[in-house]
Design a protein around this ligand. Structure first.
Ligand code: PEP
Ligand code: MG
Length: 889
């Protein structure tokens, strides 16, 4: 280690030996650790040293370098001079360095880099002489002054670009590389004069040591730039991490036609195909590749142009991938035919590529099945399950909203569910656009390609139904005005009319004007294998939230081991059923209600039978009616009139009843078990439908395991009253059918009071299912449907870190859950525990439930594979066999 101090902060690498290793990412940053490891492996890396990332934080706090650092840097620089036989600031064989950032977690393009540092009016002559190429030497100097002025002196880049353009015009050339040495020399003079003037008369630093400290400080400071802060927020990277600084001997890809620079991946990062993939530029420096000013060439071209360098790159790519046991993203420079590696890091890859690469690496014997499971961020599977916008497609962004249900879809804008249904039946692709959806839109939602709403959050009607249907949905789109009367939508004055095409991406929340090209992903054998490996590892079970036989089948296809939530009300939203439901709601007495319920009974029974069959004996948790009744009723006078006509009732009477059912706070009103307590005949009908269906399936030798769930219980007496009805009906049906079916009777824990009195409730209930949508709503005291109005502000301003409706708030809501689990199991040891809120398919929340010892998580069908993988990773994490950062970084 460099320096004689007890606090080593500078780590040298060169000549086949490095102070650091790949395991020291926290200290050296990813880039520094990679350079050290490559050096130790004997891979050609230009020598250099890394200043530890801890210094970054000290520097940013104190605006000073720690006193011992200067000596350590100077010692390292002397060592660098010795191993390169060059002199920092010397005219003969001048040592030039790059100064680059590199945090422990890769933040591509977020922080600063300075190349060619060490050049001044003196050393540039040495470089010209040594290279025999004055044009190259002066161009390097020109680039250095330009970069240094922007990064260290904080001067606007535009003025330098303007001077460069003016010079090209004056010399009548079009490309930078056509400028002569004399031109470039004049330009450097101009640049420096400008820098001096713009900094209030401070001469541009000629002393390489001063240049170096200025550059180190600027790289540290770039940790605090707006874009770096935003990137960290987005990717959950702690601000306290800091960046390391790498000072590396320059090698030149722009020294002639036998030189070049590029980036390469050891496998194709979009498809996962095993082949060297990347781009390069001849006679260029790294910044030319990044800036996009010149057209890069595919790496295969390098094979033609410089076969030896290509062969060496291909060999090193394989060495590095084998060594790091993961696909690598490489930066390289070829100087006069000799290849140097400048960076190696774990490559970012698409979801499909991640799955293919992991599986193929298992086949190649490079990693174990468990490692493959540990490597894939669960959310990445989303890309495999839904269509995506083709990355090559040209798109025109209109607005962004909440990514309420993943997948991309294109279609014509339609504002009315009936029209949507009509057009879709004719085979047209439509996107249903509503201010917010209601159960009455359901028929339009089923047939449309995607749903866009102006209001409502992640658990709004649109979002929940869309996820259940596996359809893309963007909710609460910013500044979206829906004018249903004139059949237009607009965003900031931009108007889209009914019938015009839009594309929505429910995975990112983006909305585009026009028809984008979509790609459908296929579930390959690799996906199935990955799922099987996950299932071998995980302990917690994964169920599906499914309301229809079709959802139940889809859930099984995705590997669900039962239904964790069947929202029975969703069975009432269609055609005849909705009418019978409305008849029940509008009935003025018990007899009238019973008459209407009798119509619903066979419909529910039929659905339950089909669902039980689809689930092949896996448990099916059926929730009794939950939503406030007005959700089933129309709002518009025209629709109320139509309903009255269909039911043969006077319009005024229907209007009166509809108004009488309105509540100021329906989510806290007559809903959940309160409905069944006020109207016990509803509970009785639903219980009958469940048990009759179960008996029918059991009588035909089918296996069936119903779980009857009572929603929104706050008090054990509520549960007791409802349980009594369910048990009585069960006995009746078993007697009538001469068969008994085992079943469980439990409740949702979705109110704080239920969690607080879980010990009492567990005396009666055989299972708890945490309804974390309502539990979040009621614990936070914020409405699920209106939170979209202010949650984005809260997130943006760091008032909350995650949307609590998407990521379980373990600090708050999680404490209630933990308490309820403990209290419940204290009363009833074999109490079955699960979660059925939307969080049941979110990786961090799955890990939380697993750690609490829950029996299962339950989520919408398309999230089942994500939950299976997340559950397996949770087990690996608990065993300590998974590096926590593995799947997320
Ligand atoms: C819940 O509240 O978490 C839940 C699953 O029920 P719903 O979303 O239907 O209210
Ligand atoms: Mg609920």
């Amino acid at each position: 280690m460099s320096g004689t101090y007890s606090q080593p902060s500078v780590f040298f690498f060169g000549q086949g030996r490095a102070d650091g290793t790949a395991t020291m990412k926290d200290t050296l940053g990813g880039k520094g650790a990679g350079l050290a490891e490559m050096t130790n492996l004997g891979i050609p890396v230009p020598p250099g040293f890394t200043i530890a990332s801890a210094i970054c934080i000290t520097y940013l706090e104190t605006h000073q370098f720690p006193p011992w650092l200067r000596a350590q840097v100077e010692t390292s620089l002397q060592r660098l001079e010795a191993v390169t036989s060059r002199h920092f600031g010397g005219k003969e064989s001048p040592l030039l360095v790059s100064v680059r950032s590199g945090a422990a977690v890769s933040m591509p393009g977020m922080m600063e880099t300075i190349l060619n540092l060490g050049l001044n009016d003196n050393t540039v002559e040495g470089l010209a002489e040594e290279s025999g190429n004055p044009q190259f030497a002066w161009d390097s100097y020109r680039r250095f002054v330009q970069m240094y002025s922007a990064v260290v002196l904080d001067l606007p880049k535009a003025e330098f670009e303007r001077m460069l353009e003016a010079r090209k015009q004056k010399s009548k050339v079009t490309r930078d590389s056509d400028l002569s040495a004399a031109d470039l020399k004049a330009l450097v003079k101009e640049y420096k004069a400008h820098a001096e003037k713009a900094t209030g008369g401070k001469p541009f630093p000629d002393d390489p040591m001063e240049q170096l400290w200025g550059a180190i400080a600027a790289v540290f400071e770039s940790w605090h730039t707006r874009r770096a802060i935003d990137y960290r927020k987005l990717h959950d990277i702690p601000d306290s991490m800091g960046t390391a600084v790498n000072v590396v001997t320059m090698v030149f890809g722009n020294i002639g036609e036998d030189s070049g620079t590029g980036v390469a991946f050891t496998r194709d990062p979009s498809t996962g195909e095993r082949k060297l993939y990347g781009e390069f530029l001849m006679n260029a420096q790294g910044e030319d590749v990044v800036s996009g000013t010149r057209n890069v060439e595919p790496i295969a071209q390098l094979k033609e142009q410089m076969p030896a360098a290509y062969a060496e790159l291909d060999r090193l790519a394989r060495v590095l991938e084998r060594h790091f046991r993961d696909v690598q993203d490489l930066e390289f420079t070829i100087e006069r035919g000799k290849l140097y590696m400048l960076q190696t890091r774990r490559a970012q890859r698409s979801g499909p590529a991640a799955v293919r690469i992991s599986c193929e690496m298992v086949d190649e014997g490079a990693i174990s099945e468990e490692e493959a499971v540990a490597r894939i961020p669960p959310e990445d599977l989303d890309q495999l399950l839904h269509p995506m916008i083709d990355p090559d497609s040209h798109v025109d962004l209109l607005t962004t909203g909440l990514p309420a249900s993943p997948g991309a879809a294109s279609g014509t804008v339609i504002f009315d569910a009936d029209i949507a249904e009509r057009l879709a039946r004719k085979g047209e692709a439509v996107i249903l656009v509503r201010r917010e959806t209601s159960p009455e839109d359901f028929h339009g939602m089923i047939v449309c390609k995607g749903i866009l709403t102006a209001r409502g959050g992640m658990t709004s009607h649109a979002a929940v139904v869309a996820r259940g249907l596996g359809k893309p949905c963007v909710a609460s789109a910013q500044d979206l005005e829906v004018d249903e009367q004139h059949q237009t939508l607009s965003v900031g004055g931009r108007v889209v009319k009914q019938g015009e095409w839009i594309t929505i991406d429910g995975g990112s929340g983006r909305v585009f004007v026009g028809q984008a090209k979509l790609m459908t992903a296929e579930l390959s054998g690799n996906f199935t294998r990955l799922m099987q490996w996950s299932d071998k590892v995980r302990q917690i079970r994964v169920r599906v939230n499914a309301d229809t036989p079709a959802d139940a089948h889809r859930g099984r296809d995705f590997g669900a081991e039962g239904i964790g939530l069947c929202r029975t009300e969703h069975m009432f939203f269609e055609g005849d059923r909705l009418l019978a439901m409305r008849e029940m709601i509008l009935a003025q007495d018990t007899d009238g209600r019973k008459k209407a319920l009798a119509k619903l009974l066979p419909m529910q029974r039929g659905d339950f039978e089909a669902i039980f069959r689809a689930m092949e004996g896996f448990p099916v948790c059926i929730r009794l009616l939950d939503p406030p009744l007005h959700e089933f009723l129309p709002k518009e006078p025209r629709e109320i009139e139509e309903m009255a006509r269909a039911l043969g009732k006077p319009v005024e009477e229907v209007e009166r009843i509809v108004h009488s059912l309105a509540e100021a706070n329906p989510m806290l009103g007559l809903r959940g078990c309160r409905l069944g307590i006020i109207y016990p005949e509803i509970t009785a009908m639903q219980a009958r439908a469940i048990f009759e269906a179960a008996c029918t399936v059991a009588a035909r030798k089918g296996r069936v395991m119903p779980e009857v769930m009572i929603p929104l219980v706050a008090n054990v007496i509520e549960f007791r009253k409802q349980a009594l009805i369910v048990r009585q009906v069960a006995e009746e049906v078993f007697r009538e059918r001469q068969i008994t079916v085992p079943y469980l009777l439990g409740t949702m824990i979705e109110l704080p009071r239920a969690a607080l009195t879980a010990d009492e409730i567990a005396r009666e209930a055989q299972f708890f299912s945490f309804g974390t949508n309502d539990l979040t709503q009621t614990t936070w005291g914020l409405s699920r449907d209106d939170a979209g109005r202010f949650l984005p502000y809260y997130l943006e301003h760091g008032i909350i870190e995650d949307d609590p409706f998407q990521v379980l708030d373990t600090n708050g809501v999680g404490k209630l859950i933990e308490m309820a689990c403990q209290l419940g199991r204290r009363t009833r040891q074999d109490l079955k525990l699960g979660i059925c809120g939307e969080h049941g398919g979110e990786a961090k929340s799955v890990a939380f439930c697993d750690a609490l010892g829950m029996n299962y998580v339950s989520c919408s069908p398309f999230r089942v594979p994500i939950a299976r993988l997340a559950a397996a990773q949770s087990t690996l994490m608990q065993r300590g066999t998974m590096d926590r950062t593995r799947a997320t970084v």
